[in-house]
Design a protein around this ligand. Structure first.
Ligand SMILES: *Cc1c(COP(=O)(O)O)cnc(C)c1O
Length: 459
């Protein structure tokens, strides 16, 4: 049979191992994996041949083996260029880190550190000390604690403050954040009893008062920032200072889950005012919880600041051990917080640099991309558009930007091609146009972005 004859012509594993291209792969993947890839590829080729497909040339075979190794051993988590204009994009890893934060993480990653070691005393110390002093200084709070994310911070705070007791919350604040965080479920997990007050669109101070009068076991009032949606029209909410005042008259603490937790005023950048951590502390909240990787612009973390009488017991709770932040997080967070202390957040923290980017700068960058693409024979258009903050903050709020609209007949298809290559590019489709927003593209990513655009538009 002709087929068997040609199958016999397939090179052996040993011969393929000697191929110059395969030789270059050996140091990358090691002998065992390379041999396995050769065997699996040969098996596939034999199967295909039996099904009537042609036998590949030795060169094509080597390409397939290399591809096999690449496909199966490429890391699944890798850098992506975010051209969507959504600054805190949860699916794309939220906040990019500052150079100082990355350097600090690298420094503690490569060797040992004094994570839990008191250097002056020469004995065991506490990891909790590293970011806490900075957090106290920046927020004006008495005490601070860092855990691994804000969902954990809320769970820990509710557990310590209200396990076995009732917690008052407005029906308008029974929120769900993407990724399975729902206030009622976290509450149930903490062992606290949810006591809803008011209605979805309107909750008044007297609703809280009435519940306090009727329910004998209320231990906490929870104020959750409705961060990723907005109720418009006939609405009423009781703001944090009023809740604190009410709580004080009943000796009941108030906890604020801010979600994003800005340290800077978003209103200074043409956005609505997002409640800051400092304001919430000053309003008298017993504890304030927020994320490290949203508007703070640091690594994934959950931060709890507030009164020492509430925060200190949290540090000793077993759940705090289960939720503790690792050394990379603490190093990155510390370096990020230093930017605020040095008043350089808007120039050094990527999230704030993106929020603060003036539209003229975005226009210049879009025009530069346009010129570069024209040299490659692509006639893209610069158009007006809007960027969003994302990360469950400032719903409906946008920043004016300039977009580069690509002249493609099938935007979905080109968008898919952009996502497939290396590095993957995530673009936005708007009004049937494929657009790229310079606001969220880091300057050092521009060359790669333009190369990928040219690549993906090749017929
Ligand atoms: C994002 C958010 C959380 C969850 O924070 P993670 O850091 O993602 O765990 C909790 N509450 C609110 C109000 C949020 O916006």
């Amino acid at each position: 049979m002709a087929e068997t004859v040609s199958l016999r012509q397939l090179p052996s594993v040993d011969r393929l191992l000697g191929d110059p291209t395969i030789q270059t792969l050996l140091p990358l993947y090691g002998h065992r994996l390379t041999v396995a890839a050769i065997r699996q590829t040969l098996d596939r080729v034999r199967e295909e041949a039996r099904a009537g497909n042609p036998i590949p040339s030795p060169e094509a075979l080597v390409v397939r083996i290399a591809q096999h190794l690449q496909d199966h051993l490429a890391p699944t988590l890798r850098p992506v260029i975010n051209a969507t204009g959504v600054i805190i994009h949860t699916n794309l890893g939220r906040a990019p880190l500052s150079a100082a934060a990355r350097a600090a993480m690298d420094a503690v990653a490569r060797g040992y550190s004094n994570l839990e070691y008191d250097l002056p005393a020469g004995r065991r110390g506490h990891r909790t000390v590293h970011a806490e002093q900075l957090l106290r200084e920046l927020t004006g709070a008495e005490a601070a604690l860092v855990v691994n994310n804000n969902a954990g911070a809320v769970l820990l705070a509710l557990t310590v403050m209200a396990r076995g007791w009732g917690v008052l919350i407005s029906r308008g604040q029974l929120i769900e954040i993407g990724g399975g965080f729902r206030i009622p479920e976290v509450m149930a997990q903490s062992g606290a009893r949810l006591v809803e007050v008011g209605t979805t669109n309107r909750t008044h101070l007297q609703d809280y008062e009435q519940a306090l009068a009727e329910e004998p076991d209320i231990a906490l009032i929870l104020y959750a920032h409705t961060s990723n949606f907005r109720i418009v029209g006939f609405t009423a909410t009781v703001e944090l200072p009023e809740l604190v005042e009410l709580g004080e008259s009943y000796y009941i603490p108030v906890m604020a889950d801010l979600g994003s937790g800005a340290l800077l005023d978003t209103a200074a950048f043409g956005l609505a005012h997002e409640p800051t951590v400092q304001e919430s502390v000053a309003a008298g909240a017993a504890v304030v919880c927020f994320s490290g990787d949203k508007l703070l612009g640091g690594p994934q973390a959950g931060i709890i600041v507030g009164k020492a009488e509430w925060v200190e017991p949290m540090k000793r709770h077993p759940l705090a051990r289960a939720l503790r932040a690792d050394k990379l997080c603490l190093a990155g967070l510390q370096a990020t917080l230093m930017h605020y202390l040095r008043d350089e957040a808007t120039t050094h923290i990527p999230v704030w640099r993106m929020i603060a980017a003036p539209v003229e700068e975005l226009e210049r960058r879009a025009r530069r991309w346009q010129r570069a693409l024209r040299r490659a024979g692509i006639r893209a258009e610069v158009v007006e558009g809007r960027s969003t903050v994302g990360g469950g903050s400032l719903p409906g709020e946008t920043l004016p930007t300039r977009l580069l609209a690509l002249p493609v007949p099938d935007p979905d298809r080109t968008a898919a091609a952009l996502r497939r290559g290396d590095p993957p590019v995530v673009a936005r489709i708007e009004e049937d146009r494929l657009v790229l927003d310079p606001r969220t593209v880091l300057p050092e990513e521009e060359d790669a972005l333009l190369r990928r655009v040219v690549e993906s538009m090749r017929p």
